[in-house]
Design a protein around this ligand. Structure first.
Ligand code: GLN
Length: 305
């Protein structure tokens, strides 16, 4: 299949959607992006690459970072982790506080904020003050790209405005589900959200999930097949918060979004995709990005269903 032709068609057909939705504006650093920008990258398991738009331009990966920290946590803890974070869709917004009180400080899944904060806490218990460096090195290693870094402006801005996340970590601490100092946990979480990448790097970083846990870039086993399956399953059922059902219905692929406007998705045994368009729908997922992925699976027949 000629993916370049497919990408060029999508770029053409997506134009009207690029003007719809609103960019994240809870911090100034995220509001100051080119609002109608678009980029999309496909990389297959033979490492052939196809791109369209501004695919070399970095953006804030935000909640896409939760896939990396969940992978690292699964590597370290296996089933133990599920005592502290579940694997059910939440049906609630990504930063909701309500469920966490009702369910005694145990978040529904690792892709809502509360679940990602617990996941990061579990890494802090192992890697201590080196936790963020370890997360960043993991991403640099799987993409074979040492230039990947974080955006200090986004990070400090999140620290200043992240009241809900601070509330979440404190609520969970009160239930005994946070092992480390709440300040260290939230700082590490905000730093992982502020990592900057482009669609090319993000597509690369997801190849191991399209390949049963084996990273084709280095031909190394990153995670076993059973765990790779679980990460993909959670991306399918929980990767878009309270719009996860809608994303599965329209796109039919495991995917994970971030409020920076990026979405990664995986076609098992074939390829990884990343799309960027910063305007978001009501649930905080890229509006045009979701449409672009819907067009991709409709045109290629490459959904998992
Ligand atoms: N930094 C954001 C937050 O914690 C990440 C949320 C997201 O991308 N959905 O609120």
């Amino acid at each position: 299949m000629n993916y370049q032709v497919v990408l060029d068609e999508i770029k053409d057909e997506i134009k009207d959607f690029l003007k719809k939705g609103k960019v994240a504006d809870y911090i100034p650093a995220l509001a100051n992006v080119k609002k109608n920008e678009f980029a999309m990258s496909i990389i297959d398991l033979d490492l052939n690459e196809y791109h369209v738009g501004s695919y070399e331009k970095n953006f804030s990966i935000q909640s896409i970072s939760k896939v990396f920290t969940f992978t690292l946590a699964l590597l370290n803890y296996s089933k133990e982790l599920y005592k502290r974070v579940g694997h059910e869709p939440s049906g609630d917004p990504f930063n909701s506080l309500i469920q966490i009180e009702h369910e005694n400080g145990i978040p529904r899944n690792p892709f809502i904020n509360a679940g990602a904060i617990v996941t990061t806490d579990s890494l802090l218990s192992i890697y201590k003050e080196n936790t963020f460096d370890y997360i960043l090195q993991f991403i640099q290693n799987i993409t074979n790209d040492k230039t990947i870094s974080f955006d200090n402006e986004v990070y400090t801005s999140e620290l200043k405005h992240g009241y809900r996340n601070v509330a979440l970590v404190n609520m969970m601490k009160s239930f005994g589900n946070i092992e480390n100092l709440t300040n260290s946990v939230i700082q590490t979480y905000f730093k992982q959200c502020s990592i900057s990448m482009n669609t090319q790097q993000l597509a690369k970083s997801m190849l191991f999930l399209a390949n049963h846990g084996i990273n084709p870039i280095k031909n190394e086993v990153l995670i076993n097949e059973a765990k790779a399956k679980r990460i993909n399953s959670l991306m399918l059922t929980c990767g878009h918060y309270d719009a996860s059902g809608d994303f599965a219905y329209r796109v039919g692929l495991p995917g994970k979004s971030g409020v920076g406007g990026g979405i990664v998705a995986v076609v098992p045994k074939k390829l990884a995709i990343c799309v960027y368009a910063p305007r978001l729908n009501k649930q905080g997922n890229s509006l045009a990005g979701t449409k672009a992925l819907e067009l991709f699976t409709s045109k290629t027949g490459l959904s998992i269903f």
